[in-house]
Design a protein around this ligand. Structure first.
Ligand code: 5GP
Length: 189
């Protein structure tokens, strides 16, 4: 049986990567992470081919030209991210479920493409104010950058009703468990 697609989207700072990594580490669910391509620079500690396939602008354009993407989006001005067909189809064909960490536009598009073969999950902060406080507490962003992220989060949260499931990340461990449970239920059907 071919594998299924699990789509995870969330505003930044909502614990999406932590939740995905925790579920992959637990290893209770047969699923593999689809490594996206991007033209952004690697952050410290990020590894090419593991976190992303880091491409130059030229390489990204070429990948578009040869129809290598399931979908791609300009998530930030000039910064492109795309799901590679090669990441998804091989794993699915081998019977593995594939988990995608993608933005809201990509998430809604992929759900439309795959229909019942895909489960889309939106991770949401308890409130926009909680997100603002988390970002302030993290201390890595300027007040302007925080307001920008909060504004983007409000835009992203407006997509939540288009997802199959919304998980509120109030308590991280509970959110990991809730996300794991909906995925387990979906892949066992
Ligand atoms: P970051 O630069 O923080 O790693 O990711 C920025 C945003 O790009 C996140 O919302 C992430 O989910 C999204 N993203 C990562 N890969 C893809 C992809 O392949 N397609 C789309 N549409 N968005 C992606």
């Amino acid at each position: 049986m071919p594998g299924k697609i699990i789509i995870i989207s969330a505003p930044s700072g909502c614990g999406k990567s932590t939740i995905i990594n925790a579920l992959l580490e637990k290893g209770e669910i047969d699923m593999q992470f689809s490594v996206s391509a991007t033209n952004r620079q690697p952050r410290e500690g990020e590894v090419n081919g593991v976190n992303y396939h880091f491409l130059t602008d030229e390489q990204f354009k070429n990948a578009i030209a040869v129809d290598a993407f399931v979908e791609f989006e300009e998530v930030y001005p000039g910064r492109y991210y795309g799901t590679l067909k090669s990441e998804v189809s091989r794993r699915c064909d081998e019977g593995h479920n594939v988990i995608l960490d993608i933005d809201v536009k990509g998430g809604v598009n992929v759900k439309k493409m795959y229909g019942d073969k895909a489960l889309s999950i939106f991770i949401q902060p308890p409130s926009v104010e909680t997100l603002r406080q988390r970002l302030v507490g993290r201390g890595t962003d300027s007040p302007e950058a925080i307001e920008q992220r909060v504004g983007k989060a409000e835009f992203e949260i407006s997509f939540a009703p288009q997802y199959d499931v919304v998980v509120i990340n109030d308590d991280l461990n509970e959110a990991i468990e809730a996300t794991g449970n909906v995925i387990k239920n979906f892949v066992s059907k």
